[in-house]
Design a protein around this ligand. Sequence first.
Ligand code: FMN
Length: 172
Amino acid sequence: MDTYKTITSLRSVRQFDNAHPISDDALHHILQAGRMSGSSKNTQPWWFIAITDRETLTALSKCGDFAQHLAGAALAVAIVFDPTFYRGEFDSGRAAQNMMLAAWNDGIGSCIASMHREDAAKAALSVPTEYRLQHIISFGYPRNADQSIPAVKRQGRKPLAEIVLREKWGQK
Ligand SMILES: Cc1cc2nc3c(=O)[nH]c(=O)nc-3n(C[C@H](O)[C@H](O)[C@H](O)COP(=O)(O)O)c2cc1C
């Protein structure tokens, strides 16, 4: 896929084909895309925990209100960041998007899971309490066309005319 097509066609996938595991090469590709992400002052304030153990995935799926898709993922990557680093949250978002795009370019779908019960998620992965674990990403080959969970309906996008301003606020 060309880069623009990969970016614009990326949509959340929440149901995965478990007969089709993610190879070590594909996993390496995903993690490498996260590693190469830019970060504020190049602090790279993140760790990526790659998870394939079904019991752990199921436990993590209970740590977020809309995290059920983790239970059926072929792979999940938890993004842990050090909050004492400047802009750690923004940096982690860049790494997350890069991993999702690299995966999609290889035909692998993904979806973010917010950890509403972060402490429980950190305990499940033995993450030190001083670090943050806000999001975990499910990965896997799509089972079929996306069937979003009811509370998080598949969204279109606002038109550019609604979100783009010229030169300053209030000017279209
Ligand atoms: C910060 C963030 C948190 C999200 N948390 C969840 C989540 O907990 N569960 C979920 O199913 N989707 C989650 N999503 C995915 C969004 O719901 C999804 O990207 C959005 O509805 C647009 O749909 P699309 O990705 O299919 O285009 C999250 C996305 C972001 C950026």
